[in-house]
Structures are given as C-alpha cells and as structure tokens.
Design a protein. Structure first.
Length: 220
C-alpha cells in the first residue's frame, strides 16, 4: 500500500517570476502593469518590479525629440525613478510595487502628471516617509537606477521603450517590450492575452507584431 500523502491536492505550486521594468512617466507601461496585476489573479505568476528610465534611454538623442518630450525626458524625467530607487534601497523591494501603484494612480488616473507634488502625495499614499522626495533631485542612487535600466534593456535591445517583461521559459529566458493595450484586460481576457503573448514571444526568430494605435490610454 502506498503511503498516504498528508499534503492537500490544492497545494500551491511555485509561482513563475515575471520581471517587469517600468518608468512611472509612461501611460502605456502603466496600462500594461495593471494588466499584469490581473494576470497574477488568473495565472501562477508573481510580478517583480524594476525601474528603467526613459530619460536614460533617450539622453543621447534628446535634442532630436519634440520640445514636449525634451521637457518630459530631460532632468525632470529622472525625479520619479530616483525616488522609487531610493525607496527600494531604504525600504526593500516591496516598496517598489506599492510606490509605482501610487505614482501611476496620481500621474495617470488622476491626471496630476509627474509633478513634485504628485510624487510627494504618492509617497504618502504608499505609506513611505515624506523625506524620500529629497531624492528626486539627488544622483546618489543613479548608478543603481542605471544598472536596473541596463539590466532590463539588454534583454530586448535599444529600439524599445517601457515596459520590458522577462519570464523564464523552457528553453531559456523570454523577454519582450509591451504589450501595448487599452483598456486593461480583466479576468479571462487578461489570461488569454498573457498566454498569447508568451506563445508568440517564445517562438524562435519572432521579433515584432504591431498595428497603428487608434486610441489613447483608457484609465480606470
């Protein structure tokens, strides 16, 4: 007679880590991040949040960009990711996701934009110390910010933006930019998009699928 297992049939399986690189400035990355939170509910995955920086990505071509983007991605563009990086260093990895949610809600859903006041408000919303706002103007952790940025971007190349997603696959890492989607898929729709994205991204030699955007981000 075989030994009876005392473990329940519903024992939780180890969740697959999904590494997600974001810049709080980007509304499309924000949409994708909310989708990933939906995916966590319907698939055995766990999101690990990391910063990347559109200011770093574009610093060598800033003068080529339209004025509105030069303003957004210039020195002021470092403020949110600097604060997130400082929060991670002082309060651990769990602070990253909480602060990103607070920043994105204020920047995008509430339409406050990436102002110093919005960053300060997000720190309060996330239950983090107000003095972290001082790091918005500090380069103390810029070496860590850039290291995180480079870690994400090396997986997909320089010709993309935010977000970058990386998942361990059967034949090695699967990494990609996007998906770009609005509104945020929920429930089974989120699951289908996740399954389909992994299917195409894990196909050897697959590089791109795209169509013209016909809608702006639709925030909840």
């Amino acid at each position: 007679m075989s030994k009876r297992s005392d473990m329940p049939d519903t024992e939780a399986r180890a969740k697959t880590p999904v590494d997600f690189w974001f810049d709080p400035l980007c509304p499309w990355a924000w949409m994708t991040s909310r989708w990933m939170l939906e995916v966590e509910k319907v698939r055995d995955v766990e999101v690990r949040w990391h910063v990347m920086s559109l200011a770093v990505l574009n610093e060598d071509r800033l003068e080529e960009l339209p004025e509105v983007y030069r303003e957004l991605l210039g020195p002021k563009g470092f403020a949110p990711v600097r604060v997130v990086t400082a929060a991670q260093q002082k309060h651990g990895d769990e602070a990253v996701g909480k602060l990103y949610t607070a920043l994105g809600t204020r920047f995008h859903n509430k339409g406050e934009g990436p102002t110093r006041e919005a960053i300060a408000g997000a720190l309060a919303d996330a239950g983090l110390p107000a003095e972290l706002i001082d790091f918005a103007d500090s380069d103390e952790y810029d070496h860590l910010l850039r290291a995180s940025h480079n870690d994400g971007i090396r997986r997909v190349g320089q010709e993309v933006g935010t977000p970058v997603i990386s998942v361990p696959g059967a034949d090695g890492e699967v990494a990609f930019f996007g998906p770009v989607v609005t509104p945020t898929p929920r429930g089974e729709a989120a699951a289908r998009l996740w399954d389909g994205t992994l299917l195409v991204a894990s196909t050897p030699g697959f590089f791109e699928i795209k169509r013209t955007r016909t809608a702006e981000p639709q925030f909840d």
